[in-house]
Design a protein around this ligand. Sequence first.
Ligand SMILES: [Mn+2]
Length: 350
Amino acid sequence: MLIIHTADLHLGASPDGSEPWAKNRKEELWDSFEKLVEAVEIQQADLLLIAGDVFHRPPLLRELREVNDRFASFTKTKVVLMAGNHDYIGSNSFYKGFPWAENVHFFESEEISSVKFPDLNVEIYGFSYYKKEIREKLYDDVRPENNGYYHILLAHGGDEKHIPYTKEKLAKSGFDYIAFGHIHKPGMILPGRAVMAGSLEPTDHTCYGTHGFVRLEVKDGKNQVALVPFAKREYCTLNLELTTEDTMGSICRRVREKVTELGEDNIYDIIITGKRHASLEIMEEKLKSTGNIRAIVDKTEKFYDYVQLGIEFEGRLLQKYISSFDGCEETLEKKALAYGTDAILEALGV
Ligand SMILES: [Mn+2]
C-alpha cells in the first residue's frame, strides 16, 4: 500500500511580501498543489492524506471547488483531509456541507471520528479545527478500535497553542501511523510511525532546508517512510568568508557562483565573516542584486595595515596609538586597536 502524506499547502498565502522574487510565489503554491496531484496520479498512490492547512485562511467556495476538482480526477487514489488552524471551520465556512467528490473524505466534525477503507484494510481517525487555537492535548488519549485494521491518525498541531502532544502517549496509542501537519519543518516524531510532513513549499525564512511530501509504503505490516523533496524553492544560508584581498566585485562573483551551484530559485541569507580590507564597504543593494537575497549579516573584521599606517602618520597621534599596542596578542586588545584606529581616522576625516 502506498500513501502520500502532506500538509500545510497554505494555498492563498503570498510568502515573502514585497521582495522582488515574491510576485509569483502565491501562484507557485497553487502550481505545487497541481504538481502534487500529478505525482500522486503517476505513482497510483492508494491514499493521499492532507493533515490540515490546505488553505492559508478559511477557503473561498471557488478555491474549494478547484481543489475538489483535482481530487476528483484521480483514477485510483482516495483523499482524506481535515481543516487546520489556518483554514478552521468558522460559522460561515464553505467547508460546511461542501459536496466533496466520492473519493474524498473530509473530517467535517470537531469530534473525533473515523473512516474505513475495507479494500485497503485501513481505518483513519481525525477531526477538524473549529477555532484558531486549541490548547488541549486532544491527540494524547485517542485510541483506535481493536478491529484488525491498519490504523492511521490524521493530526494537526504540535505547539503550545495548537494541540500539543506527549510523545510517550502517542507511542503507546496503538496507531500504526500518525500523519501530522502544522509545523512547517518536516520531522520524525516517532521513527517510522509518527511524522510531521512539513509544508509542501517553505512559506517563510524560518522554514530553511528541504521541503516536500512524505511517501509511506506499508509492506507486510511494516512502514517505510521517506521525505521526497518537492518544493520549488528552499530558504538557504550562505556562508562567505572574506580575506583582505576581496573587493565588492569579487564578493558578488563568489555569491553568484554559489547561487548558480545551489539553485537560482532558492532564497538566501548571506553571512559574511573573515577579514575585510579597511577600504572595503559592503554595498548591500549591489549584493542583493546577485540573486534572491533576503538578508545580509556582516560579521567581518576590518583589517588595517598598521605598519603602513605607522609610516604614513609618523610622529602623529595615530602612530603613537598604534605603537602603544606593539606586541599585543589578545583579541580584546586587537579589537581596541581596530576601533581606536577607526575613530582617529574618522576624526581626521580620512
Ligand atoms: Mn497550522
